[in-house]
Write a protein that binds this ligand. Structure first.
Ligand SMILES: NC(=O)c1ccc[n+]([C@@H]2O[C@H](COP(=O)([O-])OP(=O)(O)OC[C@H]3O[C@@H](n4cnc5c(N)ncnc54)[C@H](OP(=O)(O)O)[C@@H]3O)[C@@H](O)[C@H]2O)c1
Length: 289
């Protein structure tokens, strides 16, 4: 199997697969490839302990695999998929675990649609340097759903991930799965990054803005055919530890590129198609751009 983008998510899940005896090829840029070839993939995790796996690494896929996890960020997806040609992939599943909602269509335009199985992952895992992953959350949960792949292959994938310690499950409805994640993530990411605050202040000091933003994005979700519950979103944020920060905000603080287009840009493009007004989302994104 292969992992395109051996960072916080890909490094962790790939290392868990390799630790369980699977042959894993990490696909990335030349420097990361050199480091992983020399030193393996090292994971520091409260949940799984600290371990290093020896693993193969390459700048491109050169042989068929049964599975290729896609774990780059959306802003580099186009460049990254050049490393995995449809011919080299063969009949392997393409399993993107990116945040966002538009990447499955892009992947289905490049690979056979029946091979594409989108997933959403809940985890806190950081690539602190090439080949070194720090996994902080006491869970790694992956939901998978595909409008185009066979249920049998989806079930095999769920079983494989569960075998290596990931809590994976198959869901029926791909659009509902992707929207479900985006609906909770987008207000949290956009507002905490815009206001440079943790979730505690977001849900108290900025509550009016939060409710307006969640309501706006819920309207878009419903217009896309996926129900969205504003009260449930607010309860979800209310249950977070007050000091929790979004990954977009942590990226902003560290001067890293933001996943603003994958999360916010996608909302605005869908809103334009469906003629749903999104004035607050638009303003926050314009300020952050
Ligand atoms: N990390 C989390 O806890 C978490 C939780 C939920 C969802 N997500 C989502 O998962 C996705 C991945 O996030 P992440 O945190 O794992 O990102 P990340 O740590 O930045 O890892 C991305 C990896 O992609 C590699 N990469 C960049 N350009 C590439 C290219 N052209 N070809 C091949 N590889 C390339 C990077 O390589 P280098 O190592 O060489 O820089 C890096 O290893 C995002 O959409 C994120 O929102 C992450």
């Amino acid at each position: 199997m292969a992992v395109l983008g051996p960072g916080g998510v890909g490094g962790l899940v790939g290392a868990l697969l390799a630790q369980d005896g699977h042959r894993v090829i990490f696909l990335g840029g030349p420097e990361t490839v050199r480091t992983v070839r020399e030193h393996g993939m090292h994971v520091r995790s409260g949940m799984f302990g600290d371990f290093t796996v020896k693993a193969e690494a390459d700048t491109e896929l050169r042989e068929p695999v049964d599975l290729c996890l896609v774990t780059v960020k959306q802003n580099v997806l186009d460049a990254a998929v050049d490393r995995v040609s449809p011919t080299a992939l063969g009949d392997g599943l393409i399993v993107p675990l990116l945040n966002g909602i538009e990447h499955p269509a892009a992947l289905r335009a490049r690979y056979r649609p029946e091979l594409v199985v989108p997933g959403v992952i809940r985890v806190a895992s950081n690539r602190v340097e090439a080949g070194v992953i720090v996994h902080g959350s006491p869970f790694v949960e992956i939901d998978l759903a595909s409008a185009t792949a066979s249920p049998e292959r989806l079930d095999e994938l769920v079983a494989l991930l569960n075998d290596v310690g990931v809590q994976a499950k198959a869901l029926e409805d791909e659009a509902a799965m992707l929207w479900g994640k985006l609906f909770f993530l987008a207000p949290f990411a956009l507002l905490t990054t815009h206001e440079r605050c943790a979730v505690g202040d977001m849900r108290t000091v900025h509550r009016t803005q939060l409710i307006d933003l969640v309501t706006e994005i819920a309207t878009l979700s419903r217009a896309s055919g996926v129900p969205a519950d504003v009260e449930a979103a607010l309860r979800f944020y209310d249950a977070f530890p007050p000091e929790a920060k979004s990954s977009m905000q942590r990226d902003a603080e560290a001067g890293r590129p933001l996943e603003l287009d994958a999360i916010g840009g996608a909302l605005l493009r869908i809103a334009q198609q469906l003629t749903v007004p999104m004035p607050l989302t638009e303003r926050l994104i314009a300020d952050l751009t």
